[in-house]
Design a protein around this ligand. Sequence first.
Ligand code: GDP
Ligand code: MG
Length: 299
Amino acid sequence: DQDVVETYRSGYVALLGRPNVGKSTLLNHLVGQKISITAPRPQTTRDQILGILTRPDGQALFLDTPGVHSGYRSLNRHLLRATRGALESADLGVLVVEALAWTADDSEALRWLQRSGIPLLAVVNKIDKIKTKERLFPYLQSLSERADFVAVIPLSARKTGDVERLADVLIPLLPLSEAVFPEDQVTDRNMRFMAAEIIREQIFRQLGAELPYDTAVAIDSYQVENGQQRIEATIYCRRSGQKAIILGEGGSRLRVIGSRAREALQQLTEERVWLGLWVKQKEQWTDDPHILRELGYDD
Ligand code: GDP
Ligand code: MG
């Protein structure tokens, strides 16, 4: 096994740029899904959105940041900390700018990236808006003179092919490392854990004193499609009596748990939620490595 050559790459990538250049659009197209679920109000709710792109050659973990602009002094500390945090954990920085539209805010974003000392890529977005492509060349040239970019990549964040070419350049720049997240996951675990917590909370509320304390909620899949969150979850319990209690007569209690949890999730995400809920009795669920991994106890 000495012949095995490690080639898989994985690392954190900070996306920086002034507001409206297309960072979120780029992120969503990179991971192939709208992942705004983790931050219904991106400016206030969370420090940063983590977008996960998994390919056969590597895994890129994108940190979306609040838009950087020169009026930073007036922004709250929270946003500053979020951007700083993203840069501190990043292996690679991506400056996102708009074609033919350089402003002082772009300079500010670039300064932030340069201070971090990580390797930098420049993405020149919205080239679809430029009718005369010749005008792009001098712009790309001047951009490449502003900093020591590994590459300057013109693209349209809305075009899948363009975004894939960006990934082709980006992944080889990440450190040699194993994948950090499971391959089907497009964002970090907080939303999955929140969903499990919300379901668990409803089990608590609906069962009261009857609560079988050794139940667990596993999120089997979590997908976002067309503005709808599609969540499938399993409630594990250890004894068949517990299963009957959770189900209730004709499944009535499970339906209440499901609909209340769905409402809470909808409120949290501000999107439509479809929730599929199952109950499984498995005496030894605490010893089942598959279930434990599903629950996030894999290390
Ligand atoms: P952010 O503030 O940097 O996250 O920017 P958004 O991703 O929210 O995008 C701002 C606006 O630019 C939105 O209306 C997007 O639809 C639009 N946009 C993003 N990428 C492109 C692109 O490649 N071409 C064009 N024409 N518009 C884009
Ligand atoms: Mg955004």
